[in-house]
Every structure is written in C-alpha cells, then in structure tokens.
Design a protein around this ligand. Structure first.
Ligand code: FAD
Ligand code: 2HG
Ligand code: ZN
Length: 479
C-alpha cells in the first residue's frame, strides 16, 4: 500500500508557486473564501486544508498537480461540491498529518466542440450539467443525464461519481454517456483520450478506470459526451399504487406496453410527499385521495404529442383494469409535468436531515428491501420512519431513515452506524449494493472494505497504487 506523503506543510514557497501558475486571486486561503470549498452540501463533513486552487485550463491543472506531487501535498478534486458522501471536501484536520488542497475545476467550463452529426460534444469538466443539457437542446439533441442537483453539479463530478439520476432506465449511468476523456494524472502528465468513437478495441478501456473513481486516480479535465435524438413528445404521470410490489408490477407492465418509451420511473412514498409539502407548502398534492405509494413516470417518443398521449392513456387504462394501479394524474401540459417533477426534485432538500442510503437490489427484490428493512429497523428503533423513494426502474432506492419530526431525527442520527448495519445486512441478503449512485467518499469506505471480497479490495488497491504511487489523490476516500 502506498504511504501517504510527508508534506512540507503550508510552505509559503508552495503557495507562491501555485499562485504563479493560476494567479494569486485563484489561490484562496482566507477562511471565508475557502469555507464553500471545504464544507459539503449537507454540512456533515467539515474539512480543512491549505487552500482552494482554481486553475483555468488543463495545462494549469497539470502544473498544479505536478507542484503538489513535488511537495507531497494531497489533492481533493472538486466540481460542483454536491457530493452526498463527503467525497469532494478535504477531511477534518483530526484525521492526519496530510496537507490537502481542494482543486476546483469550476473554471474549466468551456464547451470545446459540438458535432451533431457524430452525436457528440466535447466539454470541460467544470461545465454545469444543466448548461450542457441546454447546449445539446440548442443543437436539437438530448444529453440525457438528469438529477436534482443539475443546476450546480458539474460534469467532472458527474463522471467521477458515475452519477445516475432519473434517466438511467433508458440511457444508462454517466459512464454509458462517455466516449472519451482527458485526464491529468497524479504526476501531472496529461492523458489525452478524447476520442469521439463508438468503436475502439485497442486495448484496455482506460476511461472507465477514472469514471466512478471519485477523484482517487486522477483529475478529469474534459470529456467527449454522447448526444441522443431529442424526443418530440413526452407524457408525465403521477400514479398511486398500493405497495412497492405493485410499483414493480407496474414497471414490468409499462415496459411491456411502452417499450423504450419508458424513460423515468421513480417511486415516492407518501411520507416523502408529505415532507415535500411541509418543506414547500405551495406544492399541491397531485391526487385528491391520500395513497401510501406513488410512481412518477415519464414516457418520451419521437412522434406527435397526440399519438404518445393516446398510447400512454391506453397503457395506463389497461394497468388500471388489471388492478396494478389505483389512481393516476396524467399531466395535460408542460407546466403540469414540470410541477410533478418539482415534487420529485424537492425531495433531497426536504430530506436534508436523516440517515441517508442509496442502495440497489435486483428490481424484483425491491418489495423485500422495503418490507424486511423496515421491519428490522422498527424492531431496533421503534417509531422510526422510512423516507423511501428513488429510481426503482434501476433497482435503486433512497432508503432514508428518520423519526417523525426534526428534533427526533436529529437525536436518532446518533445511531447512524447501527442503522447502516441493519440496512446493509438486508442489502447483502438480497445481493445488492450499498451505494448505487452517490459513491463511497468518506462515508462508506469502511463499509465497502467489510463487504467486498478481499480479492476485489486488493485489486482496487493495486490499481490505486499503480496510478497514484504517492497516494496524493483524494486520500481517505473510497479505499
Ligand atoms: P463533486 O461533489 O464536486 O465531486 C464528487 C466526487 O467526484 C468527489 O469525490 C470529487 O473528488 C470527485 N471529482 C469532482 N470533480 C472531479 C474531476 N474533475 N476529476 C476527478 N474527480 C473529481 N447523484 C446521483 O448519482 N443521482 C442523483 O439523482 C443525485 N441527485 C442529487 C440531488 C441533490 C440535490 C444533491 C445535492 C446531490 C445529488 N446526487 C445525485 C449526488 C451528486 O450530485 C452527484 O454525485 C454529482 O454527480 C456530483 O457532481 P459534483 O459536480 O457536485 O461533484
Ligand atoms: C436523488 O435521487 C438523489 O434525488 C438524492 O440521489 C437522494 O437525497 C437523497 O437521499
Ligand atoms: Zn438518486
């Protein structure tokens, strides 16, 4: 295992050298300036470090990394800083003797090229996801990665976490949307792998090492992303179901009836809807009656809106007749569809405080995950509440646990380890994963070590040591 570097801590010469590369105004050290870079989105992993450094381009990233390698200073790559597992911030000073900087890629925010005929765009790591969706749209194309943080997360972070989101069912995870990468390696060299090819079998597919590596192997500075035809019609439905079992049956039925048109399929529990309405009282309940579970579903197609509406209505009617769903509201306008999606996108904000999990199990095991997990939790913590929702089309549940009120939940959070153990045990029993999309970061590194086969951890460590022998890339994350 690589030993952590012995840095010449906060050497003024080092900071001066950094300033000579990126400009003094882009080496932030004042407490107020660094605070947004050293604290995570949920403010549960406060960290500390030498500086936040903001290079403007790949060459500057390369020179900053080379300087860090020379001085033995660790680097925390950061994009939009929306990580939910403490991956994007330095660790607390208490954890060590390691000097760390945050290297923000936010200024690498150019779209280098668009090639609509090749259905690709080459973009820099600091581009905000929503800006990329809009740029694709302007070319009459779709970039399908979509998540509630899209207004602030950046594509370098999306690729480094292999983000999921609401379009995975049809378009895959972030790594499925990439053809090529440019990466600054831990010694400062640049790997130009910006190929825009759909077929290239010339050896190991190295780009996949860096995607999902959470900044532990190098810094992604640019990527060639895949574009897709822009759907001309979309139908959004808010559907009440009796149970997660019925939701899974509905998924199978709609896939059968609608095929690939089924683009998003999100489970939302009633307690989640209640928490959203509490957080934003202007949000209306889409259906008149209360129901225990809902599915937010989106269908997209290339034909006319009328043709898709007709298909969607007939499929939903059939599911009602077959007793799979209880009630449904089909959006009649874009504004209504947006209002339904606003409910879904508000959930993370409404669920700011609780014990979060982003687990996955085979889709067929979703009902058992909900029932058995909640039964085990209720035995250990009577009165606990499952704020359960998520991307069940991908077998991915956000299995967030709290008490009925904020004060109780805050106290309950002291049991985080015991709660995790219970949830992870059910996940393991069902052949699942303890992190389907948010990644490992600081939060789950001990947990994955205990759960993955020893040989898998050893292979991961060997890859890490081969690429980052000094151990300067995002230490204390993932491994
Ligand atoms: P950051 O948080 O800055 O970084 C994430 C990780 O990547 C860190 O380990 C960091 O060190 C590393 N990293 C960042 N940039 C680089 C780079 N250029 N090179 C190498 N490593 C780098 N995630 C999902 O998968 N699906 C969701 O639906 C989803 N919804 C979310 C909703 C909200 C409201 C929030 C706050 C988060 C959500 N997330 C979701 C988690 C998070 O947004 C995603 O993981 C996102 O992809 C992170 O992007 P970011 O730009 O914020 O990266
Ligand atoms: C989502 O799907 C995110 O909205 C966040 O992955 C999940 O807040 C959460 O628990
Ligand atoms: Zn999610």
């Amino acid at each position: 295992m690589a030993s952590l570097p012995q840095p010449d801590l906060a050497s003024p010469a080092f900071l001066k050298d950094l300033a000579s590369v990126v400009g003094a105004q882009h080496v932030l050290t004042a407490p107020d300036d660094v605070a947004p870079f050293f604290t995570d989105w949920r403010r549960v992993f406060p960290g500390s470090g030498l500086a936040a450094v903001r290079p403007a381009n790949t060459e500057e990233v390369s020179r900053v990394v080379a300087l860090c390698a020379q001085h033995g200073v660790a680097i925390v790559p950061q994009a939009g800083n929306t990580s939910l597992c403490g991956g994007s911030v330095p660790r607390a000073a208490a954890t060590g003797r390691v000097a760390e900087i945050v290297l923000s890629v936010a200024r690498l925010n150019r779209i280098r090229s668009m090639d609509p005929l090749n259905d690709t765009m080459t973009v820099e790591a600091g581009c905000i996801l929503q800006n990329l969706q809009q740029a694709a749209d302007a070319q009459d194309r779709l970039f399908p990665l979509s998540l509630a943080a899209e207004g602030s997360c950046q594509v370098g972070g999306n690729l480094s976490t292999n983000a999921g989101g609401v379009g995975v069912l049809r378009y895959g995870n972030a790594r499925d949307l990439v053809l090529g990468l440019e990466v600054v390696l831990p010694d400062g060299r640049v790997w130009d792998g910006l190929k825009a090819l759909r077929k290239d079998n010339t050896g190991y597919d190295l780009k996949h090492l860096f995607m999902g590596a959470e900044g532990t192997l190098g810094i992604i500075t640019a990527a060639v992303l895949k574009l897709f035809p822009k759907p001309s019609a979309s139908a959004t439905a808010w559907i009440a179901v009796e149970s997660p079992q019925k939701a899974v049956e509905l998924l199978a039925a709609l896939r059968g009836l609608m095929g690939d048109r089924l683009t998003a399929f999100e489970l939302i529990s009633r307690v989640c809807l209640d928490s959203v309405i509490k957080c934003k009282p202007s949000i209306p309940d889409p259906l008149r009656e209360r129901h225990p579970w809902y599915v937010l579903c989106e269908l997209t197609d290339g034909g006319t809106q009328a043709a898709l509406n007709e298909r969607a209505e007939s499929a939903l009617m059939e599911c009602t007749e077959r007793g799979i769903l209880i009630d449904v509201a089909l959006a009649q306008s874009e504004a209504q569809a947006n209002a339904l999606w606003a409910i879904r996108e508000t959930i993370p904000e409404a669920q700011f405080t609780n014990v979060k999990h982003d687990v996955s199990v085979p889709v067929s095991s979703i009902p058992r995950m909900v029932e058995e997990g909640m039964a085990d939790l209720a035995r250990a913590f009577p009165g606990c509440v499952g704020y359960i929702f998520g991307h069940i089309g991908d077998g991915n549940l956000h299995y967030n646990i709290g008490m009925g009120d904020e004060a109780g939940t805050r106290e309950f959070m002291q049991n985080i380890k015991a709660v995790n153990e219970i949830v992870y045990a059910v996940v393991e029993r069902l052949g699942g994963s303890i992190s389907a999309e948010h990644g490992v970061g600081q939060l789950k590194r001990i947990a994955i070590k205990a759960r993955k086969p020893a040989v898998e951890i050893e292979l991961m460590q060997r890859v890490k040591d081969a690429l980052d022998p000094q151990g300067i890339m995002n230490p204390g994350k993932v491994l």
